[in-house]
Design a protein around this ligand. Structure first.
Ligand code: G6P
Ligand code: MG
Length: 230
């Protein structure tokens, strides 16, 4: 179904929602700039070109997958062991930078959206491609607002595979078709759709065209508009 900001075509009897799955990076918190700084530092050390446009395509992509995108045609110059070392180094710099992360980095509307969901008695899950998700949640002091936190460590395939979203629905004891997912990355939107969930994209409607709704940011989130899904 094509996405038009704030609208969705209802074609069958509505099903009530049980759970809402929130992405972390780009939905709850603005960590993209920190990932960007760490990847830029690595690219510079390798004399590989890297810019903000390429950084956009790393959204929702796991660490080694992101490294492959950064290396592009240079990838064949390095062994897997060398790539693992590069990914570890980038992560070391990224984790160092998390010391500066705080509640000011929570994205506008995110806490209110979580509150709307919890006040309505629905379950909440945090579903992230980041293996640093728990550290980030702790820095922000919002971990207790989620009934489940799912990161890639427990699933076989990362986004855009549906595995991580299916795992989150299981943790919430919710049927996938009673779940709504919120994502800023095309890879995440694609995975949620394959999982059979309704999807709100946060960002550019052209990039997130597979989503059922697209919002510029979570200040536009109104749970009542999505309470029944088809
Ligand atoms: C999120 C971010 C990506 C990042 C990925 C893995 O999905 O949007 O940019 O590459 O997590 O993060 P990690 O902290 O495990 O390296
Ligand atoms: Mg994201």
């Amino acid at each position: 179904m094509s996405a038009v900001a704030g609208t969705r075509h209802v074609s069958a009897a509505p099903r009530p929602l049980t759970g809402v799955l929130f992405d972390l990076d780009g939905v709850i918190v603005d960590t993209a700039k920190l990932h960007y700084t760490a990847w830029s530092r690595l690219a510079q050390s390798l004399s590989v070109h890297f810019d903000e446009v390429l950084n956009q395509s790393l959204k929702g992509v796991d660490r080694l997958g992101s490294l492959e995108l950064l290396l592009g045609p240079h990838s064949r110059r390095f062994t897997l062991a060398e790539k693992q070392k590069m990914a570890d180094l980038k992560n070391h710099w990224y984790v160092e930078s998390l010391c500066d992360l705080g509640t000011d980095d929570i994205l506008p509307g995110a806490l209110d959206a979580l509150e709307q969901v919890r006040q309505a008695g629905l379950k909440t899950a945090l579903v992230s491609a980041s293996r640093n998700a728990t550290t980030v949640l702790d820095r922000l002091g919002v971990a207790e607002r989620f009934d489940a936190v799912v990161d890639p460590s427990g699933v076989a395939r990362g986004k855009p595979a549906p595995d991580i979203f299916i795992a989150a629905a299981q943790e919430l004891e919710a049927a996938p078709d009673r779940c709504l997912g919120i994502e800023d990355a095309a890879a995440g939107v694609a995975g949620l759709k394959v999982a059979g969930m309704a999807v709100i994209g946060v960002g550019d409607p052209l990039v997130l065209h597979e989503a059922d709704w697209v919002l510029p940011d979570l200040t536009h989130f109104r749970l009542s508009a999505y309470r029944s899904i088809t």
